[in-house]
Design a protein around this ligand. Structure first.
Ligand SMILES: CCCCCCCC/C=C\C/C=C/C(=O)SCCNC(=O)CCNC(=O)[C@H](O)C(C)(C)COP(=O)(O)OP(=O)(O)OC[C@H]1O[C@@H](n2cnc3c(N)ncnc32)[C@H](O)[C@@H]1OP(=O)(O)O
Length: 294
């Protein structure tokens, strides 16, 4: 019998439930996942109540089923820690925050895995967007498509200055950002800017992202984490209950909209991605990525 998503989550939680505390760790810092080969590195500072989640899938932190599952399990675990109040999402590879969804999950896919992949992304998005934690994205590099989406689920975004870009560029791949990607963008930068950005597949420079409100701060790469930590202190000065209820009022309807249409959205996604023309577009985009190197 197929396991429900929450059953799979529980299975995953018990698999990685043991907290690993390396001998060298400061006593206030608990590591949920610190092995170098973990796809997601998570630690919780018991003194501040702030967790850091680092994407750790070199070279570009593209999001495959396993990374999405690990992130979901880690976030679920953090949210059940009563002393955890905030989370900073970043990358262990300075220069690349996240290259978005792993295109290989969508190219020549097996239908069962494709469905599970999309459901896991939906679940992660719902958890992140509606999280009781104060969440800050420390965007320390490129952040296209699914990478931009992840940062948009956070409450505040700080990006590194440099040649990095951010945006929902799906149309450049010949695909379409689904309604809940669009909703998240509209809620952040407004309808008109979203129309322009999503149709053109705009990848914004840090400066332009700041101008339209896609990010909240642009700082030098070495200041990204300390700025995130400083900003987090401000968010945590607000009583949790008041902040969480306010967030729920503002974001709840958007989360509910996906929850109500989740199965239909999976069907749309699978039908769309498996079309010959879409597979051709993905193939051309993958080739373009490879050619770029030559
Ligand atoms: C009617 C409505 C129906 C609704 C249907 C909904 C459909 C919606 C479906 C999906 C939504 C999709 C969301 C996405 O997130 S798609 C992914 C989009 N991502 C990108 O466009 C980014 C692509 N990557 C880059 O631009 C660059 O890699 C970079 C700027 C992030 C980093 O550049 P650089 O450091 O120069 O690294 P390389 O380009 O050399 O990359 C290294 C290596 O990694 C491979 N790679 C890069 N990105 C991805 C990726 N997203 N997935 C898989 N693989 C990736 C790249 O090809 C290189 O591989 P190698 O040559 O084998 O080393």
């Amino acid at each position: 019998m197929a396991l429900s998503f929450s059953a799979k989550l529980m299975r995953g939680v018990s698999r990685c439930a043991a907290l690993v505390t390396p001998k060298t760790a400061p006593t206030s810092c608990r590591y949920f996942s610190s092995a170098e080969n973990s796809r997601v590195l998570v630690n919780l500072n018991d003194k501040t109540g702030v967790a850091t989640m680092q994407l750790n899938r070199p070279p570009v932190n593209s999001l495959n089923l396993e990374v999405l599952t690990d992130m979901t399990i880690a976030l679920d675990k953090l949210q059940t820690e009563k002393d955890c109040r905030g989370m900073i999402l970043t990358s262990s590879s300075p220069g690349i925050f996240c290259a978005g969804l792993d295109i290989m999950e969508m190219y020549n896919p097996q239908e069962d895995r494709l469905r599970e992949f999309w459901r896991t992304l939906q679940e992660l998005w719902k958890m992140m967007y509606g999280s009781r934690l104060a969440t800050i994205a420390a965007i320390n590099g490129h952040s296209p498509a699914g990478g931009c989406l992840l940062s948009l689920t956070c409450d505040y975004r700080i990006m590194a200055q440099g040649k990095f870009t951010i945006g929902l560029n799906e149309t450049l791949l010949g695909i379409v950002a689904p309604f809940w990607f669009q909703d998240t963008m509209v809620n952040t930068v407004g309808h008109r800017e979203t129309e322009r950005a999503l149709q053109l597949g705009l990848l914004y420079s840090g400066e332009n992202a700041l101008k339209v409100g896609l990010i909240d701060e642009l700082v030098s790469p070495e200041k990204v984490m300390e700025t995130a930590e400083g900003q987090m202190q401000m968010w945590l000065k607000i009583p949790d209950f008041a902040r969480q209820l306010t967030k729920e009022q503002l974001r709840g309807p958007t989360v509910q909209k996906l929850a109500q249409h989740q199965e239909a959205d999976i069907d749309h996604f699978v039908n769309f991605i498996t079309k010959k023309a879409i597979q051709k577009s993905l193939e051309m985009y993958l080739n373009m990525l490879k050619q770029k190197k030559k």
